[in-house]
Design a protein around this ligand. Sequence first.
Ligand code: B1M
Length: 218
Amino acid sequence: MTPDDILKGLYEETMVGNAPAVLELTNQGLQMGMTPDDILFEALIPSLEEVGARFERGDYFVPEMLIAGKAMSGALDILRPLLAQTGAETVGTFVMGTVKGDVHDIGKNLVNIMLEGAGFHVIDLGVQCPPEKFIAAIEEHKPDIVGMSAFLTTTMPMFKANINAIEKAGLRDQVIIMVGGAPVTQEYATACGADGYAADAATAVRRAKELLAARRSA
Ligand code: B1M
């Protein structure tokens, strides 16, 4: 098998939710010297994008989306330690959660992995996080940054609800708030009162570091 065969196989097997094949191909690719970035950005993420497109066209339904997501998550478990392996010192604490009403977590998990790789201590609150959960986590962990993900247009308004609740609890000045997720834009982030936004995991890391540096030098 060539690296191209591996990428093609990963793309196709993720799309049909064949988790064992995706695991096998991921391991094979790594053994052949392929990088985690190649596997992620040239096969797994494009495959899930196609899954989403098929769902929109009505060719796929929720079960197909679910098994494709599970296949991708299995590969991420293998890639996680490799992506996070930088030996960087802790640069700050980041509390992260998917907002209430939303169960998507693959994108959030990927952001977490990249943040860990960049030296952040990440506290993952999981999915379907109500405002009280973010507030309790701020009180307990005193993070530098709170990150919120939303993947549905119907759950994006939870950003504003969370930020209002954090303000009401008197904690807004203590944390930088970042938001993200597939349907989110910079304009939306600004409108809901977030301090930062990023379109993908790598940009999220860069933005988090910039925001933290600006806060510390202020
Ligand atoms: Co859902 N789903 N889904 N789904 N799903 C989408 C998001 C959708 C775009 C598909 C489509 O129609 N094309 C669509 C949303 C449309 C919209 O509102 N605009 C959709 C829908 C409609 C739904 C349901 C409503 C379907 C239904 O029930 N009728 C339902 C909702 C359930 C709920 O949450 N209440 C639903 C359910 C599901 C599954 C459970 C089956 C499964 C989730 C599995 C899981 O996450 N464990 C699923 C999946 C797999 C998808 C798609 C196919 C893939 C999502 C994904 O993991 N992408 C998705 C289609 C698509 O995205 N093209 C779709 C890969 C991931 C790496 O990218 O999530 O964008 P992404 O994350 C990126 C960035 O967004 C950014 O960095 C990440 C990494 O680069 N980012 C941040 C994320 N968080 C960030 C935070 C930051 C900064 C950046 O700062 C804090």
